[in-house]
Structures are given as structure tokens and as C-alpha cells.
Design a protein around this ligand. Structure first.
Ligand code: BG6
Ligand code: MG
Length: 217
């Protein structure tokens, strides 16, 4: 492969929104009398809003009809947005801007591949809405990770073949999605958890273009 594009997941890679998702889901689970803790929250990383609600209902052994589920998902999202609207650019995770600018200077395309329907608002709050060459998010795809759709869409948007793309992902479902797309995957987090990724670093501040090229050899 030749490195032509890098596709970044948003939540957990560029910014830590997991804590806000947790607080919003927690509020809902308290209301529904479901025991839900931070360990359970790990299972929701990279998973779409509705699939997250399904996991929570499964934990609480609660069954709801579709209409009620839509209502609760919308409620959770409103609480989540209360946090997101207050985000500032200093919440961008260390190393993100440095790596992206290094890649761009080297002529490598940078794209975003996120499950979140709130991607436009988050990018705006962080002041990076113009940073990426392309944005594929929960508003343009219908199949959730581990389906490769979101990464394939991002690759298509920047006109690069999947085998020439590298994905940066913090979630298990996201790593699987990248592999399903036939892309090289750098896991962001713990190598004990992201065992299928080609290589794992703790954050974007632990990688640069030179190191990436070396890993991919
Ligand atoms: C992913 C997060 O990026 O987006 C998940 O890791 C979240 O936790 C999913 O459920 C959907 O996000 P949103 O903002 O559309 O509810
Ligand atoms: Mg993520």
C-alpha cells in the first residue's frame, strides 16, 4: 500500500466525548431504574445511538416499543447536547492538530469517519469544521460500525482506494469496521483491548508521520 489518506474517528480519538455520553445515558438509566456504570459505558464506544440504547435496555432487562425507544433516545441526546454546546477548542486531544497538519503538509488527505449524528456541532464547537478534506458521519451513512460503510464513504469522498487508507480508532467496533474495509488500522487506547488493530498507541500525541510509515512497512 501507499499512504494516501488518513481517516480519523471523532469520539475518543480527536475529543473525549465518552464522559458526556456517559453522563447523559446515566441520567436516563436513573430515570428507568437501570443500574448502569462506567464499565457498561465502555460497551457503548463507537456504537450508534439506538444500538447503545438497546445495550442499556438489555443490561436492565427492559423491553420497550419503538416509539418509546425513539422518545428516550431523543431525551438522552438533548441532555448530551447540553454538554456538547459548552465544549471549547481546548478539549481537542493532544497531538491531533500537530499530526493532521503534518499529514496535510505531506499531501496526505485527512478525513473524518464517525458514527455520530452530532459531528457537525462538535467540529464547530472545537473550531475545526474546516480542518478535514471530507467528513463521513452518522448523518450520511446508515450502517453502524463494525460495518465498513462510514470508512468506505470517507475514502470515496477523498478519492482514495481503501487499501491506501489508514484509520485511527479507539473502539473495538471501529477497529473491526476499518479491517472490514480492508484498511490499515491504528488503535487509540490499550493494546490489551484493541487486539485486532495493526498497531496501538495511547493517543495521537504518540505518533507522527515518520513513525506511521515505519509501522506500515
Ligand atoms: C460514536 C460514539 O462516535 O457515536 C458512541 O463513540 C455514540 O458512543 C455514537 O453512541 C453516536 O453518537 P450520537 O452523537 O449520534 O448520539
Ligand atoms: Mg470513537
Amino acid at each position: 500500500m501507499s499512504l494516501k489518506a488518513c481517516i480519523f474517528d471523532l469520539d475518543g480519538v480527536i475529543v473525549d466525548t465518552a464522559k458526556y455520553h456517559y453522563l447523559a445515558w446515566k441520567k436516563l438509566t436513573v430515570m428507568l431504574n437501570i443500574h448502569f456504570n462506567e464499565k457498561d459505558n465502555e460497551r457503548l464506544k463507537g456504537v450508534s445511538r439506538m444500538a447503545s440504547l438497546d445495550i442499556i435496555l438489555e443490561i436492565g432487562r427492559v423491553t420497550l416499543d419503538e416509539k418509546k425507544k425513539d422518545e428516550y433516545a431523543a431525551m438522552k441526546n438533548e441532555w448530551y447536547l447540553d454538554y456538547i454546546r459548552r465544549m471549547t477548542p481546548d478539549e481537542i486531544l493532544p497531538g491531533s492538530l500537530e499530526l493532521i497538519s503534518e499529514l496535510k503538509n505531506a499531501g496526505i488527505k485527512v478525513a473524518l469517519g464517525s458514527a455520530s449524528k452530532n459531528t457537525p456541532l462538535i467540529l464547530e464547537r472545537l473550531g475545526i469544521e474546516k480542518l478535514f478534506d471530507a467528513v463521513a458521519d452518522g448523518n450520511v451513512v446508515s450502517k453502524a460500525k463494525p460495518d465498513p460503510e462510514v470508512f468506505n464513504e470517507a475514502a470515496k469522498m477523498v478519492g482514495v482506494a481503501p487499501e491506501d487508507c489508514v484509520v485511527f480508532e479507539d473502539a473495538l467496533a471501529g477497529v473491526e469496521a476499518a479491517l472490514n474495509a480492508g484498511m490499515f488500522c491504528i488503535g487509540i487506547g490499550s493494546e490489551k483491548i484493541l487486539t485486532d488493530a495493526h498497531y496501538v498507541v495511547s493517543g495521537l500525541d504518540k505518533i507522527n508521520l515518520r513513525k506511521l510509515r515505519k509501522i506500515m512497512k
